[in-house]
Design a protein around this ligand. Structure first.
Ligand SMILES: [Zn+2]
Length: 456
């Protein structure tokens, strides 16, 4: 295929010719061939993978002369992008294989593994006679890999290198796998061409985010997932979500709990509540299980009924209260079964339970029903009383260091309001940072003043 509508050429050279020997109507076997007056560069050298029809293409006659290729550019170490290299070398290629240092190291492992698999498959086919080829031969073997790795020529990501006279290569972080880099080529006629390779998403915990596309006359894209839409919200917050709702009931509950037994009498309960200044007591049976809760509200009807005789009609409308008025022991006063909460429940969930049930405190019980503590609405607010320094330290640790490692981004907190300042390379992470800072428990607001790095 000839790409002729490049627009006005900037140099006297003829426009380059772009060909697609692979990766057409399929997503494996990535290969593009760019030919200018003095350079023949192969972009990617992938293996066809999948069904037999596709794999057969690996053995087809090459539509170009391997020995005439000056250089190969590899974006990353997946087989569908680099797996044909030993075969290309077997066909006579002897130029530099330009790629990042990490891809070079990783590709060697991947190619050796691939060679061993092919050799084993060929041996198995010959032993059992299931191949149509007699004898079956591997596409390439370990000796081909030994030769191939000698041609790896690492190019630092972000640097420009002159590959041939007038042809310049710039690899840029691809964020797909270790070492992956998309490639930008400036051709001798002055035009530019970029190939995406496979690109990752920003916000990966280990990989640098893909470098934004900065423009080219021709862009070659990998379409594997081109028709699908990621769910950006979830995808971006999944990993760093540890900052959200990390505090559980266990962190804020009161562990010394005043309790009563089912046969504790009214006066004793009232005295205990007064002495310990608590508004409710869990009722514990002999095995230590919580069977109910007696709260001030449960005691009040008793007091009220003491004060005046209540009419029959009122008793009919308030049967529950009337029963409590006659009760003298905890088991008759208590609200049962008790609404309880597990220690590992996140605070927002405990708060919702209290709101839904219109109660001010929850006994905390473990899996076998034993009492571990009690949590009140006031306890839930403790996280909002964390010091500004404490909050700022957590934002630096969990948000800034994770999203913008080795950057100059600053986080400070005043009266619970976090301020983020500085310049970041990947502007798509700015809203993520604001959201994560907001999700740090105790932060009441975020003033996000992050900006993108000034482009040069
Ligand atoms: Zn890949």
């Amino acid at each position: 295929m000839s790409v002729t509508d490049f627009g006005p050429a900037t140099a006297a050279s003829r426009p380059a010719l772009l060909r697609f020997p692979g990766d057409v109507r399929t997503v494996t076997g990535s290969t593009f061939l760019i030919e200018s007056d003095h350079a023949r560069v192969l972009l990617e050298c992938g293996l066809f993978q999948g069904f037999t029809d596709l794999r057969r293409r690996n053995r087809a006659k090459l539509p170009y002369d391997a020995s005439s290729i000056h250089a190969v550019v590899i974006t990353h170490a997946h087989l569908d992008h680099c797996g044909y290299l030993p075969r290309l070398v077997r066909h006579g290629f002897r130029g530099p294989i330009l790629t990042s240092a990490h891809t070079a190291r990783l590709a060697e492992i991947v190619l050796r593994d691939s060679a061993r698999l092919q050799m084993e498959t060929a041996r198995h086919a010959n032993e059992h006679g299931w191949s149509t080829h007699r004898p079956a031969r591997p596409l390439h073997d370990e000796t081909d890999v030994d030769t191939t790795v000698k041609f790896f020529d690492a190019v630092p990501v972000g640097n420009h290198v002159e590959t041939m006279a007038g042809t310049r290569l710039t690899p840029l972080h691809g964020g797909h796998i270790l070492g992956s880099a998309w490639a930008q080529l400036t051709l001798e006629d002055g035009h530019t061409l970029a190939t995406s390779g496979d690109l990752g998403r920003p916000g990966h915990p280990l990989l640098l985010p893909p470098e934004p596309f900065t423009g080219a006359d021709v862009l070659l894209m990998e379409p594997t997932y081109g028709i699908r839409r990621h769910e950006p919200e979830r995808a971006l917050t999944e990993e760093p979500a540890m900052t959200s709702a990390r505090y559980t009931v266990n962190d804020v509950m009161t562990k010394n709990v005043v309790t009563v037994t089912p046969d504790t009498e009214f006066k004793e309960i009232a005295a205990a509540m007064k002495q310990w200044k608590v508004a409710a007591v869990p009722v514990i049976e002999s095995k230590g299980h919580v069977v109910g809760v007696v709260s001030e509200a449960d005691l009040l009807p008793k007091e009220e009924f003491h004060a005046h005789r209540i009419g029959l009609i009122e008793q009919m409308y308030r049967p529950g209260d009337t029963a409590k008025a006659g009760a003298v022991r905890a088991e008759e006063l208590m609200t049962s079964p008790a609404i309880t909460v597990k220690p590992d429940v996140p605070l927002p969930q405990a708060a919702r339970l209290m709101a839904d049930q219109r109660i001010k405190r929850l006994p905390v019980v473990d899996a076998d029903g034993s009492l571990k503590g009690i949590v009140s609405r006031a306890d839930l607010l403790k996280v909002f009383l964390r010091s500004d320094d404490d909050l700022a330290a957590e934002i630096r640790r969990e948000v800034v260091n994770r999203l913008f490692p080795a950057s100059s981004v600053k986080a400070s907190v005043t009266w619970g309001v976090a301020t983020l300042t500085g310049r970041v390379r990947d502007v798509t992470l700015i809203p993520v940072a604001a959201r994560l800072a907001q999700s740090v428990e105790g932060v009441v607001g975020v003033d996000c003043r992050l900006e993108g790095e000034a482009s040069d």
